[in-house]
Design a protein around this ligand. Sequence first.
Ligand SMILES: [Mg+2]
Ligand SMILES: [Zn+2]
Length: 238
Amino acid sequence: MKPKSENKLVLVDFDGTITKNDVGALLFDSFSKEKNKRIVSEWLKGKINSKECLQKECELIEITKTQLKNFALSQKIDEHFSHFVDLCKREKMNLVILSDGLDYYIKIILQKYHLEDIPFYSNTLRFAGKKLVPEFPYFERGCGNCGNCKKYHLKNLRRPEQKVVYIGDGFSDKCAIGEADFIFAKNDLKSFCEKEKIGYFKFKDFRDVILVFSREMETFGLIKSKIQKAKCKIAIQN
Ligand SMILES: [Mg+2]
Ligand SMILES: [Zn+2]
């Protein structure tokens, strides 16, 4: 029999979850001088989908490859994320990054921290001179609202009997969490879970996630069945 941990698929959002900043948001905020705010608010209100949002934001800015590379290189990740990656390796858990952002900066940031072995699924970016052209290889397979629907990837990657842990911070994670067995949430995703009465573990950084993983590893499989979903929120005391 395989050890319990091998039966886990760990899905992690990138922007604002692995990275300190929401890199995509910061990119468009700074390079459009906040002219993107109206577009983003249309997306948050549900008037446009995230694919349209990203397309419109890309149309607003001009940036060279070198500028974007330097911008990506200036970004930092959660100090404890690498330890979490080690934990996943040690426990043979299947770690995958899901992002509704762009592959170009994700690759650069992962390489910066020598984490390029972690598989990721995101939208892709092509340059047309100084213009950014986003492409959406998974859009057709998703829900129609996400550029890259994380729920599609969750269902596609999950093996039968595999428990899914989902870790995220924002609205682009909403689709996936309905299918996940354990949710780690902060910021907007946390508010969403509260509003929808979805059980979650709150976290500030990956130190909290590691703490819950080490503490709950043995009982993880029991949480959902023993406790009502809405009640399985466990406060993390530091
Ligand atoms: Mg995020
Ligand atoms: Zn979706």
